[in-house]
Ligand binder design. Structure first.
Ligand SMILES: [Zn+2]
Ligand SMILES: [Zn+2]
Length: 124
């Protein structure tokens, strides 16, 4: 199993994108269903704890889920790679049958590839 460190992560990324945390593309993120904001703890709302669990998050492993707008206003949920991977896996199953591109050739669908990347990251 590969150890992920703040510095070791950089060399596996293209040089033009070196975010401080894993940032998935917005299209794929929209397919991940989040829990109701009202049910979350303040730590989950501010991204210190995984939205789908109770894992404390660190900048080098957390998955940014993008900006969301809910009843409580804008917030920036984050998740641990394992939970994000599980959700992405479900989203893939929901997405593929409805997507023309995936029915044709899933290897060419951006959304599919991005979700698949989240699934793969969650398994490391
Ligand atoms: Zn989690
Ligand atoms: Zn697709």
């Amino acid at each position: 199993m590969r150890q992920i460190t703040a510095t070791g992560e950089v060399d596996s990324m293209p040089s033009d994108t070196v975010p401080s945390s894993h940032t998935a593309p917005p299209d794929a993120l929209k397919l991940l269903t989040l829990p109701d904001v009202a049910t979350l703890t303040p730590d989950q709302r501010r991204g210190a704890v995984c939205v789908w669990g109770d894992e404390q998050l660190h900048a080098d492993t957390a998955v940014d889920l993008g900006e969301r707008t809910g009843a409580a206003g804008r917030w920036w949920p984050r998740a641990c790679p394992r939970h994000a991977g599980e959700r992405a896996h479900r989203a893939l199953f929901d997405h593929a049958p409805l997507c023309e591109q995936c029915t044709d050739d899933s290897g060419r669908c951006e959304t599919n590839l991005n979700l698949y990347r989240l699934v793969r990251d969650g398994r490391r």
